[in-house]
Design a protein around this ligand. Structure first.
Ligand code: FAD
Length: 518
């Protein structure tokens, strides 16, 4: 017999061994020796009150063996001689599209401009230490895409768009911890992600797929409204009739290429702002009602904040507890920040994007001449402005949070996790009013919601500009571009995802769509 229970544990109880077994037996009024095992289905922390509670949803197996954890079988088969599907980009969307192609009996041929995870690391070091951005290999481009050197947060609001559990189980199948199947807010961590990504690559190669790194796509041949071939930067041309375009939101050259070829694109609303960084102990104190030192059983605390300011949402984005701010530019001459954390989330800082919604229809009048690319040009300008304000390197412009809100330059900045370094700059006057004035009010409102959040011990760092794609590549119900047969815009670049999990789900869906009629 199997019984599902909700158990509530105090932190003291959480520290005891076999506590779930003991509590389950007592709850059910049975002898603990009759329980063959307790499987955790869900775990979450309730820190709303000073007495912190750990909530468990468990399945108790009574005189019955525990089943295998996996609900899914991944039936990979040899596709080396099967019909090809070309996939451009090896981020979460491209990786999951390739895996799904193999399950469906088609051969994925992946073209990725960046390097494999190991070689990519050297280029990340060069950005941090020499301030040189390799425009094909950086925090956004390379094996695993923008998701590899990230926090690996696996939350998604797109629960209706696909089977999240299937995505998670496939990550576990490729080496991610089973904990992601249980935690209410699962994450993998930047130290663990490269191995998972490498294992996915090995599966694809083992079953006969192809992956070509350092292979940038620069053009397409389209005849009679159908895709015919893909052109590579080395001059090669590859015949292709089903192409999944999963190049992410930073592949501006792809947006420019499509615009030049007069292939329909649409401007899309997006969000931009800054990254704020607090000492982690401040966030722990606020969230766990403690005095700076959180209980060792508790993870680094996180937060999620949102406030309407003058008809626009101002909200926290990609919060990284115990993490680092990283330089996520894809071109020299721009500064872009983002965040990542190791699996233990044990760095001394808590950072988060704080961004303002930019409405593509009403906020970009001065950029109308750029048509569908108006948001992209606006984004690009802000990144150039950050580059100039930081002193024309990967040093980022920054300000103490309180100085930003009060409108004066910071004589001194707080210590920060951002490796290339910070330069004090008047972000309050440099940012467009649309963003800057709302952020200033937003931070004050957040200080009301989380007492201690609005503090001179926090820095803000500019600019957080790559939250989502400013461009949408349209597609019809068959997920195909309405004007180009055989072209399947996919993932975050097309405007169909906003994170690792939603991009992966979209990759699977595009693979299923691309094989139809082949
Ligand atoms: P991408 O991951 O952007 O992949 C696109 C790939 O296409 C890249 O590898 C690129 O090199 C390749 N490409 C581009 N142009 C070409 C071309 N012309 N030819 C060949 N290849 C090309 N999301 C979360 O859910 N959780 C997080 O914790 C998280 N943290 C993040 C931290 C950082 C630092 C960054 C940058 C992003 C983070 N994100 C996070 C966002 C997440 O990584 C993206 O939403 C996700 O990777 C999008 O997947 P994608 O496959 O659509 O595109």
């Amino acid at each position: 017999m199997v019984k599902e229970l909700q158990l509530r544990l105090t932190l003291k109880e959480e520290a005891l061994s076999d506590i779930l077994l003991i509590k389950s037996a007592s709850f059910l009024g049975i002898d603990k020796n009759d329980i063959s095992g307790v499987k955790v289905l869900r775990k979450s922390i309730d820190a709303r009150k000073p007495k912190i509670i750990i909530n468990y949803k468990v399945a108790v197996y009574i005189k019955e063996p525990l089943p295998k954890t996996s609900q899914y079988q991944f039936n990979y088969k040899d596709v080396s001689k099967s019909k090809p599907i070309h996939i451009i980009g090896f981020g979460p969307a491209g990786m999951y599209a390739a895996l799904r192609c193999i399950e469906l009996g088609f051969k994925p041929i992946v073209l990725e401009r960046g390097k494999n995870v190991r070689d990519r690391r050297r280029d990340l070091r060069a950005i941090n230490q020499e301030h040189f951005v390799n425009e094909d290999s950086n925090y956004c481009f390379g094996e695993g895409g923008a998701g590899t050197y990230s926090d690996g947060k696996l939350y998604t609001r797109s629960l209706k768009r696909g089977d999240v559990r299937r995505i998670f189980e496939n990550l576990v199948f490729h080496g991610a911890t089973e904990q992601i199947l249980i935690d209410a807010h699962p994450h993998i961590g930047t130290n663990k992600l490269p191995k998972v990504v490498q294992n996915i690559r090995e599966t694809i190669l083992k079953y006969g797929g192809e992956i070509h790194f350092e292979t940038r796509v620069v053009n397409f041949t389209i005849k009679n409204n159908s895709i015919q071939s893909i052109h590579l930067q080395n001059g090669d041309e590859m015949a292709a009739n089903r192409v999944i375009l999963a190049t992410g939101h930073s592949a501006r050259d792809i947006f420019y290429l499509l615009a030049k070829k007069q292939i329909a694109l649409e401007a899309k609303s997006f969000a931009m702002g800054v990254r704020v960084e607090h000492p982690q102990h401040i966030i722990d104190s606020i969230q766990y009602h403690c005095n700076g030192e959180r209980d060792p059983l508790l993870p680094a605390a996180s937060y999620s904040l949102v406030q309407q300011i003058n008809h626009r949402g101002v909200y926290s984005f990609c919060m990284c507890p115990g993490g680092f701010i990283v330089p996520a530019a894809t071109n020299n001459g721009e500064v872009v920040v983002n965040g990542m954390s190791p699996s233990k989330r044990n760095n001394l800082f808590a950072n988060s994007g704080i961004v303002v919604e930019i409405n593509a229809n009403t906020d970009l009048h001065k950029y109308e001449r750029f048509g569908a690319l108006k948001g992209l040009e606006y984004q690009k300008n802000l990144e150039k402005l950050a580059f100039t304000a930081g002193g024309r390197s990967q040093v980022a412009p920054a300000q103490r949070l309180t100085d930003f809100v009060e409108g004066h330059l910071s004589p001194q900045l707080n210590p920060c996790s951002y490796q290339p370094g910070l330069k004090s700059a008047p972000l309050h006057s440099l940012l467009p009013k649309l963003i800057g004035s709302r952020l200033r009010k937003g931070f004050q409102a957040f200080g009301q919601k989380m007492k201690g959040y609005y503090t001179e011990e926090a820095n803000i760092v500019g600019v957080e500009s790559r939250t989502s794609s400013p461009v949408c590549i349209p597609r019809n119900e068959q997920l195909e571009h309405p004007e180009v047969k055989g072209l399947f815009p996919c993932g975050e670049g097309g405007g169909y995802a906003g994170g690792i999990v939603s991009a992966a789900m979209d990759g699977e869906r595009c693979a299923e769509a691309a094989i139809v009629g082949l």
